[in-house]
Design a protein around this ligand. Structure first.
Ligand code: NAD
Length: 387
């Protein structure tokens, strides 16, 4: 079977009123690599079928459940090439497992699973089955994040000494989960979200971004979790101190109650001879400061950027690119990786350095470690005494 055609995408979740499903639809469409042809979009089968029809999906591929999708697609000559999972965390594992066992490639939302046990099992299944499992760590889709990764790896700032990474949000600063907000409701339910609240939801993005850019491997961490909104079952603010192999140190802050911030993802990396800073609200710029030098703005689209950044760039410098393009870069990369596997060749640069099942598992293990650390009250809390 040739894969030099448009790839066929199925989707589970992401129905009417859902958040991230729409972003997947925009992103998968942008480069013409994927075409959405089937879906089981909603936990309510009738609503899911109606939504599928509204998206132009044919009636025979508008499914009520993911089990129906698998049964309906499995033996079709034009079956879907991969299925995107855009459902709440606790459903990722059973849905991904069923899809992989039926022979489908998978594009899964983060966190990979709600529990470490499920994460370990899913990563093993992906590895042993040989199925492709991509994980949508959005921030690793940005061209300037790739450029930072290349520059750190080639030694532009010397060995990394420390990093600061943060993901502050404000949307859960009040108990919106008790006022009918569907997204907040499952995110604050440990059974549906997993043990880590803000740390699982957005801390995993920050953790992945820091590791992606620096290549550092986490050795140990010490965490302080807080729940500021009364009645909330999970953390809504996290501070994590991190020790990396080789001695580098990191600090991660994420918050769902940081008033004034909306998706203000920021990474600062300090090396022996310079530093980099990237801020997702100015995603087309990378700030570089060499030791004893001037602050420099490296802009997306410039001639001297890495190949990795260039292949992820669509418009000339000055025309802004952002979140949807970053997400589309992941989809284009997943498509390239899948096509390369079928053709028995190495993927081109777009299909490399992608977030895969093992990266997803590392994120889940990170959340577990953070909650274990916070519950154990591991840091030595010492009261400063002035006299
Ligand atoms: P949401 O509550 O807005 O949407 C969930 C959708 O899944 C709904 O349409 C619901 O009906 C459907 N659904 C639930 N169970 C289902 C099932 N068994 N079968 C079919 N459909 C089912 O949630 P959301 O905010 O879009 O988050 C979904 C996932 O995406 C979560 O894992 C979240 O962590 C992740 N997410 C990732 C990013 C990112 O930047 N990559 C951003 C937001 C959310």
């Amino acid at each position: 079977m040739s894969f030099d055609r448009q790839l066929r995408l199925g989707m589970v979740g992401g129905g009417e009123g859902a958040y991230i499903g729409n972003i997947h639809r925009f992103a998968s469409r942008l480069d013409g690599v994927w075409q959405l042809v089937a879906g089981a979009f909603d936990v309510d089968p009738a609503r899911g079928r109606a939504f599928a029809l509204s998206q132009g999906i044919t009636e025979d591929r508008s499914y009520g459940t993911y089990q129906e999708l698998i049964a309906g697609e499995k033996d079709r000559a034009d079956r879907v090439d991969a299925v995107a999972i855009c459902t709440p965390n606790f459903t990722h594992y059973p849905i991904a497992k069923a899809l992989i066992e039926a022979g489908f490639d998978v594009i899964c939302e983060k966190p990979l699973t709600a529990t470490l046990e499920d994460g370990v099992a899913l990563e093993a299944l992906a590895r042993e089955s040989g199925r492709f499992v991509g994980v949508t760590y959005t921030y690793s889709g940005y061209p300037m994040v790739h450029d930072a990764r290349v520059r750190v790896a080639r030694g532009d700032i010397g060995a990394v000494r420390s990093l600061q990474v943060e993901y502050p949000l404000e949307w859960m600063a009040t108990a919106i989960e008790q006022q009918g907000n569907a997204q907040a409701a499952w995110r604050t339910d440990p059974k549906k979200n997993g043990r880590g609240g803000s740390i699982g939801d957005i801390g995993t993005h920050a953790y992945h971004l820091a590791g992606f850019v620096t290549g550092l491997k986490l050795q140990a961490l010490s965490a302080d979790l807080a729940t500021f909104v009364q009645g909330r079952a999970l953390d809504d603010n996290a501070h994590v101190m991190m020790r990396y192999e080789g001695g580098a140190r990191g600090l991660l802050w994420c918050s769902q109650v940081a008033i004034g911030n909306s998706n203000g993802v920021r990474l600062r990396v300090f090396g022996e001879t310079g530093s980099f800073q990237w801020f997702q609200e100015q995603p087309n710029e990378l700030v570089y400061t060499p030791l004893n030098g001037r602050v420099q703005l490296i802009k997306r689209g410039a001639d001297d950027l890495s190949e990795d950044a260039k292949v992820r760039t669509r418009t000339p410098p000055g025309h802004p690119e952002g979140y949807l393009e970053a997400f589309a870069n992941l989809y284009a990369g997943f498509g390239e990786a899948i096509r390369a596997r079928h053709a028995g060749r190495d993927p081109g640069p777009l299909g490399q350095n992608l977030p895969l099942a093992y990266d997803g598992l590392k994120g889940v293990a990170f959340v577990e470690a953070v909650v274990d650390s916070a519950e154990g009250d591991l840091p030595a809390w010492v009261r400063p005494v002035a006299r």
